[in-house]
Design a protein around this ligand. Structure first.
Ligand code: COA
Length: 389
């Protein structure tokens, strides 16, 4: 697709609510010849193709309808821009999640994750992304969402943290657990340096020690495969939520959509039950692809340290059984999840990435908590991206 040439001019803009960094005088105009609108399900195939082009992927058309339209927390806000010939040349996505502050149900208000921001390569640096950003924020504010957050990359980071006024909310890092000291595991550990590579057998031994400790604290708990989540998990989530300032409510509808109905079909789960057969924890893993050795601990919940330990040990066992030699998880710096991974024998990250956030309702406690990721319960299952690497 080669978009039509454009010249810069103003188009009438709707008004923008008084947000801290919003440009004065309403939404920024689109470049001449470009028209912004809200996308609908009919736009998904074109958005999917732009996604493949901008991110070097191949499954956008299959992925985006699941991500934007089927999440039980609500539809994604996804403004788009079309050129004079009607071709879709830019798209922005902010996906809602039902996040709770210390277990309080905030009703209809949501926190959005910004992702899939993309402008056709021939139309970059003309303010198209920024104009769609303010349309999305305006829409989110109107719907009563209290904050937005995202994982900017090197292209979008300087724009978000620059003129769009996003705050640095924390850092996310990659934690690795060596399940087996294979040659491929050593090659992967080389990314963390030569010392890490040569230390792979030691890391595997140390990991096994830590897992014994997890097992010891989990005596009396039973694990079993979980084919689908049922309403028991709502009660488990509600029991855990008061411990955190920011946690996505995990009910059965949400978790089944997130993992079992996701397009890749790569997720598997296990339940942790106590002597009375109550669900006290669960873990979800992302299996390695054929020929690959990295598996992901995608999500986990435990009612107490024993259940957390049983779930984490179970996730590692499951990944090993599926052929993984490295188990991986991403965690926010200083968070409870990071501490749990450290206790479980995961190696701490070399290098982290920034997390950005923007408060739409500055006075709301959930907006305050969104600005500090160390207060979150956050796993890879909380991302809008289906799979991680
Ligand atoms: C990141 C991305 C969406 C930015 O899109 P864009 O439409 O080029 O973004 P904008 O034009 O709004 O802003 C980019 C730059 O253009 C500048 N700009 C804004 N309005 C402008 C205008 N009218 N004329 C010229 N430049 C302008 C901005 O100040 C900004 O400058 P900076 O790079 O110095 O910060 C785009 O590069 C992209 O699609 N990348 C590939 C996909 C990707 O990685 N997305 C990020 C995922 S987290």
């Amino acid at each position: 697709m080669s978009p039509a040439p454009i010249a810069m001019a103003s188009l009438p803009s709707p008004t923008l609510p008084p947000l801290p960094h919003a440009p004065p005088g309403g939404l920024p105009a689109m470049s001449d010849g470009l028209v912004a609108s809200h996308s609908t399900r009919q736009d998904r195939a074109e958005q999917g193709r732009l996604y493949d082009l901008c991110f070097g992927m191949h499954d956008g058309e299959r992925l985006l309808p699941w991500r934007y339209d089927r999440c039980p927390a609500g539809a994604t806000i996804a403004p788009i821009a079309r050129d004079a010939r009607g071709a879709l040349v830019a798209s922005y996505a902010c996906s809602p999640r039902q996040v709770r502050f210390r277990g309080e149900d905030p009703g209809e208000c949501r926190v959005g994750q910004t992702g899939d921001v993309m402008t056709h390569p021939e139309l970059r640096s003309r303010g198209v992304f920024s104009a769609l950003h303010w349309r999305a924020m305006s829409d989110a504010h109107e719907r009563g969402w209290v904050a937005a957050w995202g994982l900017p990359n090197r292209y979008s980071g300087r724009i978000f943290f620059g003129k769009l006024g996003w705050k640095l909310a924390g850092h996310i890092g990659q934690w690795n657990f060596v399940l087996a000291s294979t040659s491929t595991a050593r090659a992967i550990r080389l990314h963390s340096g030569r010392l890490a590579m040569w230390g792979t057998p030691w890391a595997a031994w140390r990991g096994a020690q830590r897992r014994s400790a997890l097992r010891a604290r989990a005596s009396g708990l039973r694990r079993e495969p979980l084919a689908r989540f049922d309403p028991q998990v709502d009660r488990l989530s509600e029991a855990v939520e008061p411990r955190f300032d920011w946690m996505v409510h995990r009910d059965a509808a949400y978790l089944n959509w997130r993992f079992f109905d996701a397009p890749s079909g790569r997720f598997e789960a296990l339940a942790v039950r106590d002597a009375s057969d109550h669900l006290v924890g669960y873990a979800v893993v992302q299996r390695p692809l054929a020929g690959e050795v990295v598996g992901i601990v995608s999500d986990l919940l435990g009612i107490d340290p024993a259940a957390e330990g049983a779930a984490l040990d179970g996730a590692l066992e499951l990944l090993a059984a599926r052929g993984a030699s490295i188990a991986r998880a991403y965690a926010m710096r200083g968070s409870h999840w990071a501490r749990l991974l450290a206790q479980g024998g995961f190696r701490s990250p070399r290098g982290e990435k920034p997390v950005g956030a923007y408060a739409l309702e500055g006075d709301h406690p959930l907006a305050g908590a969104t600005l500090d990721t160390s207060r979150w319960w956050f796993t890879d299952g909380d991302r809008d991206a289906e799979c991680v690497r």
